[in-house]
Design a protein around this ligand. Structure first.
Ligand code: ADP
Length: 269
């Protein structure tokens, strides 16, 4: 039987229609069972991260993308909660400014890539350069259309150098987004998260779907696959992301380094 990760991965080169996805889908997983599994996954992640850190020869890069309010921040908070902060770095990519604007679009991305032994988490990423940039014509098509290939080449070289890349697209329905925006307006503790600009982006919903579809078709690769996560239910989203990351880290066969000297001969005086 296919694992959850196998059900969520986008097969390289396959056509994807995000608009047809049921964002409520939970693949038969029940909420109570998911909570227990999430707890176990958090423990697994903590143990695996420890090995990755000890080994210090490779790195893991987790890319999170999603429409506004899809839950990128919440995923980081809930799934990464057991990780040792020494070995993890979250980078949030905003509208490029200053020095970033004086370089190619991958410059700030490469600089933020995780060092050996650590996990890098991108809250938004180089994919903004084929999403928001495309939807709002921030660059001409002749420029952004080449980026799918450039991104694949960049990710291929990262992966060949020892960076394991996992990419998650969190997908919520337009109705769920409206509900979350309403909450941001109604709940004083969430007011700060509301931005009128985000709600204006709703007018571009279909253009974003087209941009996501092309990104998934062109940039889900063997070496850096996309996983599409139905994210209306936060508990399922957290379980799914934690399951995929733990599974991938397990397959890396992370080993503690062998001691450089014969430890049995060491005497602590
Ligand atoms: P978030 O929504 O991620 O919590 P912000 O509200 O500050 O954080 O939004 C960041 C904004 O930066 C988003 O609207 C995003 O589309 C935009 N952005 C990120 N990267 C780029 C880019 N390369 N070009 C243009 N806009 C970008």
């Amino acid at each position: 039987m296919a694992t959850l990760a196998e059900k969520l991965i986008v097969a390289p080169g396959s056509k994807f229609k995000l608009g047809k996805l049921d964002a409520d889908r939970t693949f038969g997983v029940q909420k109570a069972a998911a909570a227990r599994k999430l707890e176990r996954n958090i423990e697994r992640l903590s143990e695996l991260q420890y090995r990755l850190y000890a080994e210090a020869r490779r790195a893991v890069l987790v890319v999170l993308q999603g429409i506004d309010a899809a839950g990128k921040d919440g995923t980081i908070r809930h799934v990464m909660t057991g990780l040792n902060p020494q070995g993890v770095r979250v980078t949030s990519f905003k509208v490029p400014e200053g020095e970033e604007r004086r370089h190619d679009y991958l410059w700030r991305i490469h600089r933020a890539c995780p060092e050996w032994g650590s996990i890098g988490i991108f809250n938004r990423s180089h994919y903004e350069d084929v999403l928001v940039v495309r939807v709002h014509n921030l660059a001409p098509k002749s420029v952004w259309s080449k980026r799918y290939r450039q991104i694949n080449e960049f990710e291929r070289s990262l992966s060949e150098c020892g960076v394991t890349i996992l990419k998650f697209l969190l997908y919520i329905s337009k109705e769920e987004q409206a509900k979350r925006f309403e909450e941001r307006l109604d709940d004083p503790s969430k007011n700060w998260k509301f931005s009128a600009a985000d709600s204006r982006e709703r007018d571009y919903w279909d253009a974003y779907l087209d941009a996501y579809d092309e990104m998934l078709e062109k940039c889900s690769t063997q070496y850096a696959p996309w996983y599409v996560i139905p994210a209306n239910r936060k508990w399922f989203r957290n379980l799914a992301v934690s399951d995929v990351i733990a599974g991938v880290l397990e397959r890396m066969k992370l080993e503690f380094p062998k001691p450089a000297t014969d430890l049995s001969a060491v005497k602590i005086t």
